[in-house]
Design a protein around this ligand. Structure first.
Ligand code: MG
Length: 395
């Protein structure tokens, strides 16, 4: 039986994954979460992992008393232990830069990675992809768009030479809650408005990133690393219905798209089952006590129209920043990512306005002196510096 460990087990990705994991086919070896101890306890009782990790020591102590037969760890060391534990596959569904090092450690310990943590590739793409190649492990994308691209490429006979036959990657974006807004209209939007995503239910940070379009920018960078394509071949299309999850155009003019109702269980299942298609509905009914919602098949008549628009990069500048950061290279993508994370955090605490995320990012990036980041430690150090500067408003 295949063994899986999960980072971010009580978050959106983790909950959706555990919802479709059938204990007969996949064994849950280890779980890591933040502070939702109540849900973690339910998960422990249902899946019997051998190791769990939580964010804080004060939450770890009572858990290890309650579940004396399992190892309970905490903090960064705990995350790394879960990443390195005895398993075949790590599902990294944690949010933010904190997900980078565990991915790297899991790769070095020979595990395949089902990757939902964007920051891993945005900040550490070169190092991570090199390590994956050296270790001969697979990186299976979980993000719905990258899973779609991966599924489209799997329709092609020889994936090893697929780079030559890709004319273009069509990366779709819902456009978020502020699609069609002008800069003036963006001035007065509230936190509540930004958290109100039309199609996907996700964590807060990624929901704000969807509203600024930074999420799509990070996904452009992620796609570049995952599929090894030139930047100019990645083309963002705004598609408000979120039915086409992305598409690939091949050199013969054929476009292959992957479609379906927006449901994260589909890409998660495709990743953790290594591209094998499963009946998700029957599995998710089995674990319904953990809050599973039933899955819907797609009714194209009900949807009626699928529309596509050009993204407005002069209003939603974060997307343009991401292309520029990737083009400039060096430390730019990592710094873009860290600065954005810190600014979104300030916005979530209502210390800055929505529009200040992109305005501050622009001025921060303009002043950045790029350096080559050669190791995970150097990326982590840069991340600390950038976040500290943003928190203190010093740049
Ligand atoms: Mg996505």
């Amino acid at each position: 039986m295949k063994k899986i460990s999960i980072l971010g087990s009580t978050g959106s990705i983790g909950r959706h994954a555990l919802d479709i994991i059938n204990g007969d086919e996949i064994e849950v070896a280890a779980l890591a979460c933040g502070r939702n101890i109540e849900l973690l306890s339910e998960q422990i009782e249902h899946f019997n992992p051998k190791l769990v990790s939580v964010e804080r020591e004060e939450d770890a102590k009572p858990l290890s008393t309650k579940y004396s037969s399992i190892d309970v760890l905490w903090g960064e060391d705990g995350l790394n232990a879960v990443a390195e534990c005895d398993a075949d596959l790590l599902l990294n569904g944690i949010m933010g830069m904190v997900g980078l090092e565990p991915t790297y450690k899991a790769i070095l310990s020979g595990k395949d990675i089902a990757l939902a943590n964007k920051e891993t590739l945005v900040a550490g793409g070169k190092i991570i992809m090199e390590a994956a190649r050296n270790q001969g492990i697979e990186i299976l994308p979980v993000d719905s768009e990258h899973s779609a691209i991966y599924q489209c490429l799997n329709t092609y006979r020889d994936p090893n030479t697929s780079e030559n036959v890709i004319r273009r990657i069509i990366l779709t974006a819902s456009g978020g809650p502020f699609r069609g807004y002008s800069i003036e209209q963006l001035q007065n939007v509230t936190l509540q408005d930004a958290l109100n995503h039309p199609n996907w239910s996700m964590g807060k940070k990624i929901t704000v990133d969807s509203a600024t379009m930074m999420n799509k920018g990070l996904e452009v960078i992620e796609a570049k690393w995952l599929f090894d394509v030139d930047l100019y071949k990645i083309d963002v299309h705004v598609h408000p219905q979120s039915i086409i999850h992305s598409a690939v155009e091949f050199i013969d003019g054929s476009i292959i798209a992957q479609m379906g109702m927006p449901d994260m269980r589909v890409p998660i299942s495709y990743a953790i089952n290594y591209g094998e298609r499963k009946n998700i509905i029957s599995v998710s009914d089995g674990n319904s006590e953990l809050g599973a919602k039933s899955m819907k098949f797609t009714d194209l008549f009900e949807i009626g129209n699928l529309t596509l628009e050009k993204p407005d990069m002069s209003t939603f500048k974060c997307l343009a920043f991401a292309y520029a950061a990737l083009e400039e290279g060096k430390s730019y993508p990592a710094v873009l990512n860290s600065a954005n994370e810190a600014l979104v955090d300030l916005f979530l605490k209502e210390k800055i306005k929505f529009i200040d995320i992109q305005n501050n990012l622009e001025s921060f990036l303009e002043k950045h002196q790029p350096v080559e980041l050669k190791s995970i430690d150097e990326i982590k150090e840069m991340d600390r510096e950038v976040k500290e500067k943003i928190r203190r408003g010093l740049w």
